[in-house]
Design a protein around this ligand. Structure first.
Ligand SMILES: [Cu+2]
Length: 310
């Protein structure tokens, strides 16, 4: 995991790496009899594992020594959507999304992250307690059979916390975290549509020799991304961060209102995203956009765009 910080951005937040600031790379894996990874699956959405690996560790625990702990969550699974929460259903606070801090902390009991999505959360602990970070059942919008096959009914233990008898005091979180300009929609220069179905985006498989879109540096575009399929997908864009304007016509929850590069699209969901492209141009080297369910991307559910002078 690469962690990209800007100076001063972390003021007032837990930030001591390995003590109260912990990266959590969350994966489900399956193993063969000879203890090698299982790498193939016939499941539509891809391989689901029965063994949870947190930072590569089976049955992990974390020794808590401070009243608050910041967790940098990465869904590093190929196909599983994690519905994060705690065994005692405690509230926790979301402070960041894929591309940076949120404007303000958001209290939740559950947080749904599809493959490739990240979030930062802060959890408050009491001395001596041992809650477990879990993934809970979820509605993927599929038929019951496929919902089960895609892991929608699974409840999974991910990481046990073991709080010491005495914890170092931690202040409350700041009321504001970052200033996020609203997307400059009036400056939007183009609207594009992306239909996700089967392994196709707009009816096409990835072709290295084809540039699917050319965008202008420093411009804002609105992309309508629709999952018209009977299985979940998501949409991940390289080289740019975006803001989710709406999902199925409604504003996203505040925990998804910040900088994102991946948006989850359950069955028949559609999202409108505003992308603000940076100043860097290169007419020959393309960025990709793709479904982050790895089986889908591997089968060609991907396209590419270049950023040129506008
Ligand atoms: Cu997909």
């Amino acid at each position: 995991m690469f962690i990209v910080d800007s100076d001063g951005a972390d003021q007032g937040l837990p930030g001591e790496y390995g003590v109260d600031d912990i990266p959590l790379i969350v994966q489900d894996r399956a193993f063969e009899d000879d203890r090698t990874f299982t790498t193939t699956s016939d499941a539509q959405t891809g391989l689901l594992g029965d063994t949870m690996l947190i930072n590569g560790t089976v049955n992990p625990h974390f020794s808590v020594t401070t009243e608050t702990v910041r967790l940098r969550l990465l869904n590093a699974a190929t196909a599983r959507v994690f519905n994060f929460g705690f065994s005692d259903n405690r509230e926790f606070t979301v402070i960041g999304s894929d591309g940076g801090l949120l404007p303000a902390p958001v209290a939740v009991e559950r947080l749904l992250l599809s493959p490739g999505e990240r979030a930062e959360i802060v959890v408050r602990f009491q001395p001596g307690e041992q809650p477990v970070l879990q993934s809970f059942a979820q509605e993927l919008g599929m038929s019951e059979k496929f919902n089960n096959e895609a892991g929608g009914n699974d409840v999974l233990d991910l990481l046990q916390f073991r709080a010491a008898a005495r914890l170092a005091a931690a202040p409350g979180l700041p009321l504001t975290l970052a200033t996020l300009e609203p997307p400059a929609l009036e400056a939007s220069v183009a609207t594009r549509s992306f239909i996700l179905k089967g392994m196709y985006i707009n009816g096409k498989l990835m072709d290295m020799s084809r540039i699917d879109a050319t965008v202008g540096a420093g411009t804002t575009e609105i992309w309508n991304v629709s999952n018209t399929d009977s299985q979940p997908h998501n949409f991940h864009v390289h080289g740019v961060q975006f803001r989710i304007l709406d999902i199925n016509g409604a504003e996203p929850g505040p925990e998804f209102s910040g900088w994102k590069d991946t948006v989850f699209l359950p069955v028949r969901a559609s999202a409108r995203i505003a992308l603000m492209f940076g100043p860097y141009t290169d007419p020959t080297t393309a960025y990709m956009y793709h479904c982050h369910f790895i089986r889908h991307a591997d089968h060609g559910m991907m396209g590419q765009f270049t950023v040129i002078e506008s």
